[in-house]
Write a protein that binds this ligand. Structure first.
Ligand code: ZN
Length: 253
């Protein structure tokens, strides 16, 4: 098993292209996507097309799902971005086949994937699309994290919080060390929850795009610099997406 796992791309073309370049440089040929291909960013079609072409597994995230229901539980910036994305992407009777195919692909994303002892979701094994497994849950919300660990065996892999790292069964969270690549062993015995971080909108205070390469016995996170000023310019040019969504790319929060 050796697979690059990307998540939370959020319509950020520049970050996604930089990440795929790094994956190619690493010689990793299998790619899984854990969802939230769209939302927040300016380039949903490009990101959907690249993921459709290049990934072996693609899961449904809460932002992908929100295109097909109401986004009333989202904050205003996120809801505005869903409206922007839906307006661009939803086909009507007269739309071309490409547009229809993208929409159908998003609608039919699956919610989990299993391979060996690895269980892939967007959010958590208990609620695959929407639940957040927060880095702070071990000490602020131990009962919740214990209940989540009761829902799976082996190694669960998710995204959704945009905060990369690994929880072990003792509920400790191991964050990244700030280097360009950070490796942690995955022991053969015990349960672990790995968060692969976010490609298109990191929130751990590091503005570089993030993804992980998962092997049987180890996970390695990679951080990739990309031209976020180009993404910010495009966000502003839409005249629709919130300025906050541009600004946060500078600070990675
Ligand atoms: Zn997300």
């Amino acid at each position: 098993m050796k697979v690059a796992v990307i998540s939370d791309l959020h319509s950020n073309r520049e970050a996604l292209e930089a990440v795929f370049e790094r994956i190619a440089d690493l010689g990793v040929t299998r790619v899984f996507c854990l969802g939230d291909v769209v939302g927040y960013g300016p380039d949903p079609e490009f990101c959907v097309d690249l993921v459709r072409e290049q990934t072996e597994v693609a899961l449904m995230g809460n932002h992908d799902e929100a295109l097909f229901r109401d986004a009333s539980d989202f904050n205003t910036h996120a809801r505005g971005a869903i409206d922007y994305t839906r307006k661009r992407m939803r086909p009507n009777w007269f739309s071309g086949s490409e547009k229809k195919a993208r929409w159908k692909w998003l609608q039919n994303l699956v919610i989990s994937h299993d391979e060996g002892r690895f269980h892939f979701v967007h959010g958590s094994p208990r609620d695959p699309i929407r639940e957040y497994v927060l880095s702070t849950d071990g000490f602020l919300n131990p009962d919740k994290l214990t209940a989540i660990f009761d829902c799976f065996d082996g190694v669960a892999v998710g995204g959704h919080t945009h905060h990369p790292g690994m929880h072990d069964e003792s509920l400790s969270f191991h964050g990244l060390d700030g280097s360009e690549s950070c490796r942690m062993e995955i022991p053969q015995v015990g349960k672990f929850f790995i968060n692969v971080g976010s490609v298109g909108q990191p929130r751990d205070g590091d503005n570089r795009a993030c993804f992980a390469v998962i092997e049987n016995d180890a996970v390695t996170w990679h951080r990739v610099r990309y031209d976020f000023t180009a993404t910010q310019r495009k966000i502003r040019e839409t005249g629709e997406l919130s300025e906050i969504l541009a600004k946060r790319l500078t600070i990675g929060k």
